[in-house]
Design a protein around this ligand. Structure first.
Ligand code: SF4
Length: 89
């Protein structure tokens, strides 16, 4: 597996640029849509849950946001630097 952004919190919360990204592992069904959209940011771990990669900063913020939007179960939460929810609203 690729290097994680935060090995203590593989699915976040982690700060990527101006965004704080969290995957709810209880909700994630391993559909992998986020990985397809933002492959530098997300990867599935051995439990088929999305984790956040150290290379996350290489995907533009819009792409990360899009990945959250296409998650079929809305498992990805994104907050801005003020702690306001960007997605889901
Ligand atoms: S798209 Fe959603 S359900 Fe699928 S792997 Fe990513 S976080 Fe999990």
């Amino acid at each position: 597996m690729s290097q994680l952004k935060d090995s203590q919190n593989p699915s976040g919360p982690v700060v990527i640029g101006k965004l704080k990204v969290t995957v709810d592992r209880n909700i994630c069904i391993g559909a992998s849509t986020c990985v397809a959209i933002a492959s530098k940011t997300f990867e599935l771990d051995t439990e088929a849950k999305a984790v956040i990669l150290n290379s996350a900063g290489q995907d533009p913020e819009e792409i990360v946001l899009n990945a959250a939007k296409v998650c079929p179960v809305a498992a990805i939460t994104i907050e801005n630097e003020k702690g306001e929810k960007v997605y889901p609203k």
